[in-house]
Design a protein around this ligand. Structure first.
Ligand SMILES: Cc1cc2nc3c(=O)[nH]c(=O)nc-3n(C[C@H](O)[C@H](O)[C@H](O)COP(=O)(O)OP(=O)(O)OC[C@H]3O[C@@H](n4cnc5c(N)ncnc54)[C@H](O)[C@@H]3O)c2cc1C
Ligand SMILES: NC(=O)c1ccc[n+]([C@@H]2O[C@H](COP(=O)([O-])OP(=O)(O)OC[C@H]3O[C@@H](n4cnc5c(N)ncnc54)[C@H](O)[C@@H]3O)[C@@H](O)[C@H]2O)c1
Length: 446
């Protein structure tokens, strides 16, 4: 097997196939491990942990005495270098994969024909097949003046050692919101410019409002429905001019307007795939063609590490021709935006369920009205919302937003994944006084 791209999905696939005894060539042009450990999930969640400590300390006031906190980015930048990324050195990950029996080639791969992949001046035969796991890169909009300026993507934002005084964030999605809150809590003056009418547009509208209002309390300024027309960079300052004539300035500009696949020069046409497509379509075995599998972000199913790991498992077991190899189902895709409050969600939003023509019923309950939320007090904002297919009597989606909203999500994810009848969920005993007990209240409201 040849595995192209050794990010989250490719590393898992290559390692497991090698451990199963196959001859595996893994090809990676940057860092084995990919975006998640070096520029994504892990360092960003370390930043969030630090920022949340600051926010919690500020909540001592009025509830447990007095507190002062003097934010300092130094230990955060140090931890990202020393504990998370080895200063962006992947030797540990390379060794781990080699120890599993895979051969790791550090180069850019190109598919040259059915079953052949080139890296540098070497060509490899993939008699058993090719796994494409090449991930995504930041999608940078073609705004006049933007190209050529020293704007940040997630990579520069994660690498920052000295915080700017002010930051413009283009895009109020998961990356924009998580990082905007982190930097604001460390004292950066942050302005988020979002093209849609509300942030976190892929989630329930209530989630966007909740997250935005939380960030506003942290001092973040929002420009919604704001379409950038021009970007200028002069005298160490970015100026973004909007279509309505208004403008915003900042010392740095973070572009967080989504991701795109970068497969133009991968040679997809050599295996019958469209090199210009926005995603590589896969079937329920994550097969993209004859002896070709695709996994992770590149499939467009969801830009999440857990999706890359899930699809890697499907691919490995299909490649190994396991008799009970599972097929993929994405009906209970979970996701968590790690703002404070955390926004956890699974399956469909209310609107998505309605668009599918389902007979939708929803139930919702505010976290501050629950016993645990009331006890928690400072920082208790949130809600649980459940989306029911009334014809089948099951939940098809749910949101759990609030303190530990991502953890509370687990029960809702089980319910959607296993299509547990709402009738059964209503008979459950929910421990008192937990945050997850509010699920029972949301179910009553259906
Ligand atoms: C700031 C940020 C925060 C995130 N937070 C979370 C989170 O909290 N939870 C979550 O689930 N997800 C999160 N994600 C998303 C997560 O990082 C991705 O979904 C995950 O990394 C996808 O794994 P992948 O294997 O598909 O791709 P990647 O991790 O992108 O790996 C693809 C690899 O392929 C290599 N490659 C590409 N083309 C070639 C080629 N031609 N030859 C050789 N190698 C090639 C690349 O160098 C790369 O290393 C976050 C992302 C970002 C940017
Ligand atoms: N906690 C997590 O699981 C996590 C964290 C970070 C990122 N991610 C994943 O990474 C991916 C990328 O994140 P992202 O935040 O870059 O993308 P996103 O798709 O989540 O959000 C992009 C936002 O930018 C806005 N936008 C697009 N073009 C714009 C423009 N020209 N001007 C103003 N706004 C514009 C969009 O309306 C959207 O709200 C997401 O798909 C997400 O799933 C996941």
């Amino acid at each position: 097997m040849v595995v192209v791209g050794l990010g989250v999905g490719g590393e898992e696939t290559a390692g497991r196939l090698a451990q199963a005894g196959l001859r595996v060539i893994g090809i990676e042009s940057r860092l084995v491990g990919g975006e998640c450990p070096y520029y994504g999930c892990i360092p960003s969640k370390m930043m969030i942990r630090a920022a949340n400590l600051i926010a919690e300390t500020r909540r001592v006031e009025g509830m447990a005495g007095t507190s002062t906190v003097q934010p300092d980015w130094t230990p955060v930048a140090k931890r990202i270098r020393e504990e998370a990324t080895d200063t962006w050195n992947d030797q540990v990950a390379v060794d781990r994969l080699v120890n599993k029996g895979a051969t790791v080639i550090k180069d850019r791969a190109r598919i040259t024909g059915p079953g052949t992949v080139q890296a540098g001046d070497r060509e490899f035969d993939a008699t058993r097949g090719i796994v494409i796991a090449t991930g995504t890169i930041p999608s940078v909009p073609p705004i006049d003046g933007l190209a050529g300026t020293p704007y940040w993507t997630n990579r520069e934002a994660i690498e920052v050692e000295v915080l700017p005084a002010s930051l413009l964030v283009l895009g109020g999605g998961a990356i924009g919101m998580e990082l905007a809150q982190v930097f604001a809590r460390f004292g950066v003056k942050v302005t988020v410019i979002e093209g849609a009418d509300e942030v976190l547009a892929m989630e329930e509208p209530e989630s966007g409002v909740l997250a935005r209002e939380a960030l506003e309390r942290d001092g973040v300024r929002f420009l919604l429905g704001a379409h950038a027309k021009h970007v200028a960079y002069a005298g160490d300052t970015f100026t973004v001019t909007l279509e309505n004539g208004a403008s915003a300035t900042g010392e740095k500009l973070l572009v967080a307007t989504g991701r795109r696949i970068a497969t133009a020069d991968l040679g997809l046409e050599k295996v019958g795939l469209d090199p210009k497509a926005r995603r590589i379509e896969v079937d329920e075995h994550v097969r993209a063609g004859d002896k070709v599998w695709a996994i992770g972000d590149v499939t467009g199913v969801g830009v999440f590490t857990h999706n890359a790991m899930y699809q890697a498992d499907i691919a490995v077991r299909d490649i190994l021709q396991e008799p009970d190899a599972p097929t993929a189902s994405y009906h209970a895709m979970p996701r968590v935006t790690f703002t404070d409050p955390e926004i956890g969600a699974v399956g469909m939003t209310e609107q998505q369920a309605r668009d599918k023509g389902l007979n939708v019923r929803t139930g919702s309950t505010p976290i501050p009205a629950s016993t645990r939320g009331w006890i928690h007090k400072a920082g208790n904002e949130g809600f649980i919302k459940v989306v029911m297919d009334a014809d089948r009597g099951v939940l098809v989606g749910a949101t759990s937003a609030g303190p530990t909203g991502g953890e509370v999500l687990s029960a809702l994810a089980v319910a959607v994944h296993a299509a547990v009848p709402v009738h059964t969920l209503r008979q459950m005993i929910y421990a008192y006084p937990t945050f997850h007990r509010a699920i029972g209240e949301a179910l009553k409201a259906l």
